[in-house]
Write a protein that binds this ligand. Structure first.
Ligand code: GDP
Ligand code: MG
Length: 440
């Protein structure tokens, strides 16, 4: 889905002004991309209609960067589709909070029950896992292994007891032992059927859980959405955990569930390990689907920081190869305004790895940059504009004034010269290309 949308968007971005037809064409591509990603048909239809209405509005057509504006609208509507704000688990004011895990076999109930236990334990809660799947062979053992790994107690009564009784006994066990969170793992079947629903309804009416969490497998796409609809109709659910999102490249289920069931996705499973659970953030998911990281805020940030007039002036200077220390100082100032490298990289798509390699370079408080700036600030205007007059005695004076050394001053001069050389190469290249074009 990401690739398709990015293609469409880069086409849009390259256009100066947008016509209604441009928007229509782009919307047709977005529509196809969503359908291919297995997003529910009706959801797609409504979505496109909303986006299109907003896009042909005054706001976009008048905007200086209409392509950018359309992308922003798509992003906002995708977020709205998934629920706008993060939906949390309601913690009961009268503990224990009871969470009942439901879903088809293999969806990830047992794994997620454990992950949730771990999640709440980290928040200082005292969870208890209750083993109510008495049908699947070794289901109880599986939950016990999970509990052991996380050092969370597991309440089980073997596989001969009725699940409703186990759930009730589990609850009173929690009350006696000071567990403020009860997570009930139930059985699933291969398909939604009445026997399964009947049992779940019985547990529900006896235990009165605060939260019925449906676990669905993201990789099953529209099936996941249908399952969610069935469970919601028959049992009533409070939220969804979308598992195996690590293996889902299409995003269809994530986009449709909320719109179809009106129930929010609360958590996402991002892997088999017990720490691979994350609260679901609609805005982040939208960015992920658009495959652009948080590009929008990056653009906003860059626009804030970079003085357009100065940038143009600089370009002119680069062409004439007049770049001097005053310009370098300007550059430092602008970099400083951008904040930290860590944040910037985090906003760029595909840069998460790079971020780890570089670590956090704080542009606002960068030591090297501060020293370089101090050196330039200790120069006279004449020296900044014409670095070739920097002789030994001037360098000494500058080093003293900036609290640095002559070596450092020399290094900065060398840096400036290298930058100039690079610019010469660069402008030489682009000018060369331009000439060729004119010639041919
Ligand atoms: P249950 O039948 O609903 O209880 O499902 P299980 O908890 O037994 O999980 C079924 C399989 O899905 C197991 O192999 C899990 O390791 C795997 N699984 C569960 N959640 C995730 C997830 O978020 N990502 C991946 N990759 N695998 C998962
Ligand atoms: Mg299970």
């Amino acid at each position: 889905l990401s690739d398709k949308l990015q293609n469409t968007f880069s086409k849009l971005r390259s256009k100066g002004k947008l016509t209604e037809k441009d928007v229509k064409d782009a919307m047709r591509e977005v529509k196809l991309a969503l359908l291919e990603a297995d997003v529910n048909f009706k959801v797609v239809k409504d979505f496109i209609k909303k986006v299109q209405e907003r896009c042909v509005g005054q706001e976009v057509m008048k905007s200086l960067t209409p392509g950018q504006h359309v992308i922003k609208i798509v992003n906002e509507e995708l977020t709205a589709l998934m629920g706008d704000v993060q939906s949390k688990i309601m913690i009961s004011s009268k503990p224990p909070t009871v969470i009942m895990m439901v879903g088809l076999q293999g969806a990830g109930k047992t794994t997620t029950a454990g992950k949730l236990g771990g999640y709440f334990k980290k928040q200082g809660k005292k969870p208890l896992l209750v083993a109510c799947d008495v049908y699947r062979p070794a289901a109880i053992k599986q939950l016990q292994v999970v509990g052991e790994k996380l050092d969370i107690p597991v309440f089980a009564m073997g596989d001969k007891e009725n699940p409703v009784n186990i759930a009730k006994a589990g609850l009173s066990h929690a009350q006696k032992n000071g567990n403020d969170m009860v997570i009930i793992d139930t059985a699933g079947r291969l398909h939604v059927d009445e026997v399964l629903m009947e049992e779940l309804k019985n547990i529900k009416s006896e235990v009165r859980p605060h939260e019925i969490l449906l676990t669905v497998d993201a990789m099953t796409g529209q099936d996941a959405v249908n399952v969610a609809e069935s469970f919601n109709d028959a049992l009533g659910i409070d939220g969804v955990v979308l598992t195996k999102l690590d293996g889902d490249t299409r995003g269809g289920a994530a986009l449709s569930i909320r719109a179809v069931t009106k129930k929010p996705i609360k958590f996402i499973g991002m892997g088999e390990k017990l720490e691979d659970l994350e609260p679901f953030h609609p805005d982040r998911m939208a960015s992920r689907i658009l495959g652009m990281g948080d590009v929008l805020s990056l653009i906003e940030k860059a626009q804030e920081a970079v003085d357009i007039e100065k940038a143009k002036e600089l370009e002119k200077k680069m062409r004439k190869q007049e770049f001097d220390f005053e310009d370098l100082l300007d550059q430092f100032e602008q970099l400083k305004k951008m904040g930290s490298m860590d944040k910037l990289l985090g906003m760029m798509p595909g840069m998460a790895n790079m971020k780890n390699q570089i670590g956090d370079v704080d542009l606002q408080n960068n030591k090297d940059m501060k020293r370089s700036m101090a050196i330039i600030q200790s120069m006279t205007v004449e020296e900044r504009r014409n670095p070739s007059i920097l002789n030994a005695s001037r360098k000494k004076r500058i080093a003293k004034g900036s609290g640095t050394s002559v070596q450092e001053v020399n290094r900065l001069i060398k840096q400036l010269n290298e930058m100039k050389k690079m610019m010469k190469m660069f402008t030489g290249m682009t000018q060369g290309k331009g000439k060729k074009k004119r010639g041919g």
